[in-house]
Write a protein that binds this ligand. Structure first.
Ligand code: AP5
Length: 226
């Protein structure tokens, strides 16, 4: 495969971040997670962070025009020349159109959209027990993926915290926002024949295996088409 321009799609808590971290290591591609980028901006109190915070705290999406530029700049950068992994972007039809337009301008296209499928009940269960590393966003779960030492990140030793938007009423709002604004992208990418469905309810290792198999099949198909 000449380049892999990948999108991780799925509801909040479906495991995009968990799988994105693994994929980044396996594929050695830059990984751009808009939620992490925005949380870092909030922490650093940049203009982007100040704009984004009120939307994020409510469980709403930040406006398209705020986020599109952030991603357009990254995918056009030299480090993304062989491909990239996007997590949390696009999240609306205008964002998907803006991504297509930017890639088209670069003579490229999205190669696969991995839809990690889980139910709303599973989302609520997962986000209720999530613990996130305060420094670098590494993800744990008190029951499904506990850290070796309670409250401490295994990877960089930072404190593990509960995200502000993992409060029950914000989780419900984020799910509503997903169904209303992001789920239409399933059809958008299915029509373009790049959508691949991944069963997100399995164990994280099994989900990772399914993603690897899916990408290997895509590569075979591409090689056969050459
Ligand atoms: P963002 O950070 O992207 O949040 P999200 O999409 O809601 O996704 P999450 O990070 O909550 O979940 P995830 O799918 O990564 O799951 P995870 O791996 O952590 O965005 C936050 C906010 O920023 C948005 O609400 C919005 O305001 C704003 N924003 C971001 N992008 C934007 C955009 N493009 N446009 C506009 N606004 C934007 O897993 C969850 C938990 O489950 C963890 O505890 C994990 O350990 C556990 N887990 C994972 N996999 C499994 C498994 N297979 N089995 C059991 N447990 C598992």
């Amino acid at each position: 495969m000449t380049e892999q321009n990948l999108v991780l799609l799925g509801p909040p808590g479906s495991g995009k971040g968990t799988q994105g971290e693994r994929l980044q290591e396996d594929l050695r591609l830059p990984y751009y997670a808009t939620g992490d980028i925005l949380r870092a901006a909030v922490r650093d109190e940049t203009e982007l962070g100040r704009t984004a915070k009120e939307y994020m705290d409510r469980g709403d999406l930040v406006p398209d025009e705020v986020i599109v530029g952030v991603i357009a700049e990254r995918i056009a950068s030299p480090e993304a020349a062989d491909g990239f992994i996007l997590d949390g972007f696009p999240r609306t039809t205008p964002q998907a159109e803006a991504l297509d337009a930017k890639l088209d301008e670069l003579g490229r296209a999205v190669t696969a959209v991995l839809l990690i499928d889980v139910s709303d009940d599973e989302v609520v269960r997962r986000l209720g027990g999530r613990r996130t590393c305060a420094e670098n966003g590494h993800v744990f779960h008190v029951e499904f993926n506990p850290p070796e030492r309670e409250g401490v990140c295994d990877i960089d030793g930072s404190e593990l915290v509960i995200r502000d938007d993992d409060e029950p009423e914000v989780i419900r709002k984020r799910l509503e926002t997903y169904h209303e604004k992001t789920e239409p992208l399933v059809d958008y990418y299915d029509h373009r024949s790049v959508l691949r469905r991944i069963a997100g309810t399995a164990e994280p290792d099994q989900v990772a295996d399914e993603i690897s198999r899916t990408l290997a099949t895509l590569k075979l198909q591409e090689d056969e088409a050459l």
